[in-house]
Design a protein around this ligand. Structure first.
Ligand code: HEM
Length: 457
């Protein structure tokens, strides 16, 4: 990064209170607060209690920051807390450790593995959705999260999870996510106090790790069935090129399992739930989405071969994650004194980017608050781009981006093809305080069997 000719100081956002800084405004409505910040500059300092955080509001500078991942390394309060839960897996490890881990994990996400993943996804969602009944009231976010968890676990362990373990992981993750934002923002002294909320959070964090440790040990004992590959089998088989010893210790395997489960469940589930929510609010979008799915699938669960014929479904998903990106606020810590644009940034600075903010920039998207899946339409049948920064960027870009878009396309199309969902909009609790991920809170729907279409001819 070249040193700029003129160095400017980073402005502090107005309205900071003594001691609390911008924390009350951030907690009151973080999404609205974030959107006030670009007016003050491309980099703006906000004070979340005692912690100053520099928010990068310019998409080009976000890109520069993400590309220079050794200077702007994973760190800041968000990743400090994530490491407590997930150890030093791919998403949380420092840059000097990252290349090795990414090389080991990447084969599980190569394009050649996707038809297999699609088969697992299709089979799992078919089984679960076939259990739904007409007239039933469904808690949509919970149901979708259950399917996403099931699919990620199959990708990690290759086998289905015992229902009791599944239930425990889902419940503990709920507790962990519910307490995460508060726990991240609390000063260290307050985090240690044994309030019921703190105790619940710490116990759930501990149980998630213990459950994953046990499941990983059980997997090692059982061994991988012939002809099967999954994330754990690939990681266990990986060898250090110098010593031929296993590349990852047992503890590191658990770190990766926790990382994949946590990075892959709530994010994808959020994307699908937002897509259902937004389509429901836009009848013309819902009609096109449903028409595409019913024409292509004719009652089947979607599978790999259907994907090229579901372009509108993918557009709806992309537009949903532009407007409500599951990873909405992410932090880094600068490893050296450096520059970003015209600004000097000192070593040890906590610096953040918000895919939510970037997705709503009027300079980047026309009418950014308007839900318009057609912005992602391509003329030539090629896959559309992905909204800027929704999956991060540079070497730390999401390893599961295509996995989640595949899962989202299959699940969204299968659900709308099979069911008319009557969303009870009074039950929607779009959260004011987003958790670690941005999810549409509670979302209830009554399921109706679609009216049969007249048979042509
Ligand atoms: C819509 C769904 C998803 C969204 C929006 C999303 C978003 C993101 C973002 C923004 C990052 C970068 C974080 C940063 O810059 O600090 C990231 C990284 C990551 N994601 Fe995702 N993600 C999704 C689905 C998944 C899935 C399904 C998996 C795994 C099965 C996954 C695994 C990971 C991992 C391991 C990383 C860290 C990559 C690295 O540092 O090399 N994600 N994701």
């Amino acid at each position: 990064m070249p040193t700029p000719q003129r160095v400017s100081t980073i402005p502090v956002a107005p309205g900071a209170l003594p001691v609390l800084g911008h924390l009350p405004a951030f907690l009151r409505d973080p999404l609205a607060f974030l959107r006030t910040l670009p007016a003050h500059g491309s980099l703006v300092t906000v004070r979340l209690g005692s912690v100053p955080v520099v928010l990068v509001c310019d998409p080009e500078l976000v890109r520069t920051m993400l590309v220079h991942d050794r200077v702007f390394d994973k760190g800041g309060p968000l990743f400090d807390r994530l490491r407590e839960a997930g150890g030093q897996g791919l998403a949380t490890c420092p840059a000097h450790e990252h290349r090795r881990q990414r090389r080991l994990v990447q084969p599980a996400f190569r394009a050649g593995r996707f038809p297999d993943y699609a088969r697992i996804m299709s089979e799992r969602m078919d089984t679960i959705i076939s259990g739904w009944r007409a007239g039933q009231t469904l808690d949509v976010t919970t149901a979708v999260r259950g399917i996403a968890a099931d699919i990620v676990v199959s990708a990690i362990f290759g086998s289905r999870l015992d229902p009791a373990d599944h239930h425990r992981l889902v419940t503990d993750f709920d507790t962990l996510l519910a307490g995460f934002s508060m726990h991240t923002l609390l000063p260290r002294a307050l985090r240690g106090i044994r309030t019921p909320g703190n105790v619940r959070y710490l116990e759930a964090t501990d149980r998630v790790r213990r459950t994953m440790t046990r499941l990983t040990a059980e997997y090692r004992r059982r061994g991988t069935p012939d002809g099967e590959t999954n994330l754990l089998s690939l990681l266990m088989a990986a060898r250090d090129p110098d010593s031929d010893a296993p590349a990852l210790s047992d503890d590191e395997l658990v770190d990766q399992a926790v990382t994949m489960y946590s990075a892959g469940t709530e994010t994808t589930a959020g994307a699908i739930s937002w897509a259902l929510y937004l389509a429901d609010a836009h009848p013309e979008v819902r009609a096109r989405l449903t028409e595409e799915a019913r024409t292509v699938l004719a009652g089947r669960a979607a599978d790999w071969d259907d994907v090229p014929r579901l372009p509108y479904t993918r557009q709806v998903l992309l537009e949903a994650i532009r407007m409500y990106p599951p990873g909405w606020f992410l932090t880094r810590r600068t490893e050296t004194d450096t520059h970003l644009g015209r600004h000097a940034v000192h070593q040890g600075t906590t610096i953040a980017y918000s895919p939510y903010l970037i997705g709503r920039l009027p300079g980047l998207y026309e009418r950014p608050d308007h839900f318009d899946p057609d912005r992602w339409r391509t003329q030539d049948g090629r896959k559309p781009r992905v909204p800027a920064t929704v999956f991060g960027g540079g070497a730390r870009k999401c390893v599961g981006d295509e996995f989640s878009l595949l899962e989202g396309t299959l699940l969204l199309s299968t659900v709308v093809a099979r069911w008319d969902m009557e969303l009870d909009r009074d039950t929607v609790t779009v959260p004011k305080i987003p958790q670690l991920t941005l999810s549409p809170g509670r979302l209830r729907a009554t399921l109706r069997t679609p009216a049969r279409r007249p048979v042509a001819g």
